[in-house]
Structures are given as C-alpha cells and as structure tokens.
Write a protein that binds this ligand. Structure first.
Ligand SMILES: C=C(OP(=O)(O)O)C(=O)O
Ligand SMILES: [Mg+2]
Length: 573
C-alpha cells in the first residue's frame, strides 16, 4: 500500500521529488573508558577537521547568498573550533581520564557553556555559549557518524520534511531546490506557512507524523492545494498530482491577466488590495502580483536577518527602499513584533509557559525603549520618501497606544530640532489582534488614524486555540459568528470616526471570508502577494449590497461557522 498523509494545506502548488529530512539527529552516546587515548585523539582530530571543512563550506555559501555580514556567525564557530585552550583541554581530558572522545569533548564544552551562560548580563558571553553549543553538536555528529541537516546547503531538488520549521529555517530555503515542504506540526497561520506562500513553495503542515513515516531519499508527491502527500507514489498518483499542478498553473495564468486591472466590485466600489512583506526583497513579488499598496511590512524580519540589532541607518535604508520601490503607493510599516514564534538570537528572552501570551511585540518595545526609539527614528527619517503609515502591533490597551505614540512624537520633535525633515502626513494606526482592543474599538477609533485587523492572532486569542497547534486547528475558525461580530464592531467603529479599517491577517486573502469582509465594509485587504490576483478576480464578481446582506445574515442568523460557510456558498454561486 502506498501511504497517503493528509495535513493542512498551507501553500498552493505541487511537487514530486525525494525527501530531505531536516531533523536533529540523535546525538546521545555513553561515556566509556578507553585505554587507547591516541586512537581517541585521532578520532577527535578527524571530527574537528571534518567540522572545519563543513563550516567553511557553509560560511562561503552564506557569504555568497546572504552577504558577508550574515556569514560572520560562522566565523565565530570556526574560531571556537580552532581555540587552542578549549581543544587543549579536551585532549587533556581524553588522555588523563581515559575517556572516549565524545565524553572528553562534552565534558569540556559543557563546562565553558555553563560558565558563559552564567554571565547573564553579558550578551557577548551568552552568544559565545550559543556558538560553543552549535560547534559541539557538529563535532559530535562527526564522531558519531550521523548527519546534521544544513538547509542552506541543499543543492538538488528535494521536498523538505521536518517536525517543524522555524521562520529562520524557512528563510534559508532556496526555492530553486526546495520544491515543497511538509511538517508534523504547525497551522496555516504559522509564520513558516505564511513565508511559504510568499516564496511560492508548496507546503503542507500539521500532518502529525510525516517524519516517522518517511526516510531520507523516499520519493514524495506533494499536493499543497488539497494538503495531501503521497509516499512512494504510484504512477497514477504522480499523474494525478501533476494534473492538479497543471490545473493550478492554468488558473494562475488566468489570474495573471488581472495584474493591471482595478479592484472594483460589480457595482463599482473600489477596494484596496495590498500585500504583506517581510523584507524589501519581497517587492518583486508585490509588483508582479499587482498590489495597490503594502498593508503590512513585518519589520521583525529585518531584526531576525541581522547578527545584531539593526542600526538606525540599516533600518532607514530598508524603509526607504520599500517606500521608493512602491512608487508613491502607501506602505504600512509595522514596528517590531518579536516573540511568539519569532525569536532573535541576540535578544535573550525569558523562557515562558505561553510565549504568545507573553513578552512580545509592543510589550518589549515599550520596555526596551532605546531599541524602539531607534526604529521610530529610522521610520520618521524615511517618511519623506513616500506615504508612510506606522502601525503598532499587539495593542491591548489605550495606554499602550498613547505611550507608543508619545515616543514617536518625541523622536519627531528631536529630529525636527536637528533640522532633519520628517513628513507631516504620516498616519499612525494599530493592529487589532487582541480581543480587548476589538471590543473597545470605538475608543481607539477616536485616537488612531486606522485599524488593521490581525486575524492570525485575533482568532487564536478569541477562540483560545493556538494558531500553531494542528490538534486544535478545528477551533481556529475565521467564519465563526463570534469572530464576525468582533470584525463588524471594529469596522463600524472606524467608520463612525471617519477612519479606515483594513485587515492584514491571512483571513483577508481567504476566498470564503472575502465576500463576508466585503459585506462588512472592510476598506483594505492585505495578504501574501501570491493571493492578490485570485482575490481581485473574486472581488470583481461580488456585489456590495448583496454581500452586505450576506454578512448581516451570517452575523444574526447563523449559529456556527459551518452554517456561515454554507451561506457564503449560497450567495456566491
Ligand atoms: C498579521 C498578523 O501578525 P502576525 O501574523 O505577524 O502575528 C496577525 O496576527 O494577523
Ligand atoms: Mg499578529
């Protein structure tokens, strides 16, 4: 029997290629007494040499594809490998204690890691501890003869199979070679899934156990449209997946024709279709998909792509590039939203039971106000290069908004006093992604210039269903009447104060949600660039009066999400 696994369809497209397991191998070993110390020392030297060679190759590849600065982290690893004090101590330990190389290595590196980690106030030493941990893993893998995965070194066509992919793993994937990825865990709004959609890499998440069912090199046929993966596919299964791919390509070609078209409903209402980006490099995709604006620039990726906090100048350059690249079209830049599933290697955050409910986004920014001020200054300086809209994430209370806005005003006043030009037209808004803010949207609407609803978080907080957890994905219900009522409250509150309401969560590009959102009067829809053209195609078939009736019925008459879906189908037939 050829196995078929179902998961959550996270990024459209199909692929047939062999599996590349991106998994941490088992690096456990037992400590042994070995009389032949010379033999163990030779094993150690061999593992050190192989690790050096491997790291040099990874370093060169990183310099080539990501730039010299990004490659520097590997220089730090190479330095650990050639540190005479550490290597000398490992050799002494192997010889004097007559242990195997694995035990000698970890005894010494554990000691250094413990010592550096204890220097809690010294970020430099914390980083050294992380470097030593990484290098120890690599040397151990050679001693044990197992493979450490290196996503950046993939140079043939593969389907990446992993338990989970972090956003930084995903950023390293080279789409020339990585034809798809499939994971055990995750949800449609995990950041790796969102990134797969912008990179146009077909993806399936939340299969539960693909890593237990697939071995390195197994052929996989991935249908990212329906969330199906075939292990050792038969010829018929391959043909079916290829046919699905061809059908999708034909549909994409149809949508392509709308690249320069206006987004207007059948009754002539214009709706702004915007794109979400993570870096200025995404601008090509934005232009190729005919976006009318940028509705969300997730600036935390600028921080994640950098070996240390990006300087004001680095940030200014990135924001300027995006504003200029959009050629006069509006750009919503969201201030840093680290935390949850997005981590910074150089910002040690406390380990938390519930990171999505913890220290993240604006909460960090208001506490680390110097870091925040740097970003605000960079944004204010960039504001002269195009219509900039600044947005604060994870706002729960009015105090937070006021405090953030006051810091912005303060930096603006300082820049002006220094004679540096700042635009007077900057709009300042917030993400609505915490139910508390959605409920008192009327209060916020008096003070902000706009709202952008972050449904990825708003749904998880409202339904108490982790957006990353496939086990509760059945509760992650964008069409639940509870969510629709919250959205109505937010949109109506904005309009009552003459403000605009947009949405930059994934729901904005969800084809079942779009008719409802048009009916609720949402002004701006921001989504992965790759969803724009199909959404434009859909909007051009909708009538706003009919959709308003649909939305009203969904909110007042439907009891469940399923009933809402059935109603949408009836209204869009
Ligand atoms: C757009 C959102 O922000 P992020 O996905 O980055 O949390 C959201 O929460 O909907
Ligand atoms: Mg969010």
């Amino acid at each position: 029997m050829m196995a078929m696994l179902k998961g959550i369809a996270a990024s459209d497209g199909v692929a047939i290629a062999k599996a590349y397991l991106l998994m941490q191998p088992d690096l456990s070993f037992s400590k042994k007494t070995v009389e032949d110390s010379d033999g163990e020392l030779a094993r150690l030297n061999d593992a050190l040499a192989k690790s050096t060679e491997e790291l040099q190759a990874i370093r060169n590849k990183a310099a080539e594809t990501l730039g010299e600065e990004e490659a520097q982290v590997f220089d730090a690893h190479l330095m650990v490998l050639s540190d005479p004090e550490m290597i000398g101590s490992i050799e002494t330990s192997i010889r004097d204690k007559k242990t195997n190389a694995e035990a000698g290595l970890t005894e010494v590196t554990d000691m250094f890691i413990g010592m550096f980690e204890a220097m809690e106030d010294n970020p430099y030493m914390q980083e050294r501890a992380a470097d030593i941990k990484d290098v120890t893993k690599r040397v151990l893998s050679h001693l044990l003869g197992v493979k450490l995965p290196n996503p950046s070194m993939i140079d043939e066509e593969v389907v990446v199979v992993a338990h989970d992919l972090t956003p930084s793993d995903t950023a390293q994937l080279d789409r020339r070679f990585v034809k798809a990825f499939v994971t055990d865990i995750g949800g449609r709004t995990s950041h790796s899934a969102i990134m797969a959609r912008s990179l146009e890499i077909p993806a399936i998440v939340g299969t539960m156990d693909i890593t237990a069912k697939v071995a390195e090199g197994d052929i996989l046929a991935v249908n990212g449209i329906d969330g199906e993966v075939f292990i050792h596919p038969t010829d018929e299964q391959k043909q079916a997946v290829d046919a699905k791919g061809a059908e999708f390509a034909a549909q994409k070609a149809e949508w392509e024709k709308l690249k320069h078209a206006e987004t207007v409903t059948t009754d002539g209402k214009h709706i702004e279709l915007a794109a979400n980006i993570g870096t200025p490099k995404d601008l090509d995709g934005v232009r190729n998909n005919g976006a009318e604006a940028i509705g969300l620039y997730r600036t935390e990726f600028l921080y994640m792509d950098s070996p240390d906090f990006p300087t004001e100048e680095d940030q200014y350059k990135a924001y300027k590039a995006v504003l200029e690249g959009m050629d006069g079209k509006p750009v919503v830049v969201r201030t840093m939203d680290i935390g949850g599933d997005k981590e910074l290697p150089y910002l040690t955050l406390p380990h938390e039971m519930n990171p999505f409910l913890g220290y993240r986004a604006i909460r960090i920014c208001l506490a680390e106000d110097e870091m925040f001020r740097t970003q605000l200054r960079a944004l204010l300086r960039a504001s002269v290069h195009g219509p900039l809209r600044i947005m604060f994430p994870m706002i729960a209370t009015l105090q937070e908004f006021r405090e953030a806005k006051a810091l912005l005003e303060d930096e603006k006043a300082k820049l002006t006093a220094e004679g540096i030009a700042v635009s007077d037209e900057i709009q300042v808004g917030i993400m609505i992604e915490i139910p508390a803010a959605a409920v008192i949207a009327d209060k916020f609407a008096k003070e902000v210039d706009f709202f952008s609803v972050g449904t990825n978080d708003l749904i998880q907080y409202t339904m108490a269903a982790d957006r990353m957890n496939e086990r509760v994905s059945y509760l992650y219900q964008p069409y639940n009447p509870a969510i629709l009522r919250l959205l109505k409250n937010v949109i109506d509150a904005a309009h009552a104060e003459g403000k605009w309401a947009g949405m930059c969560g994934e729901m904005a590009g969800d084809q079942t949600a779009v008719p409802l959102l048009v009916g609720l009067g949402l002004d701006e829809f921001s989504m992965s660039a790759t969803s724009i053209l199909k959404t434009r195609s859909l909007m051009k078939r909708l009538d706003t009066t009919k959709m308003a009736e649909l939305a009203e019925k969904a909110i007042n008459d439907c009891d469940t999400a399923d009933e809402v879906v059935a109603l949408v189908e009836q209204y869009t037939k």
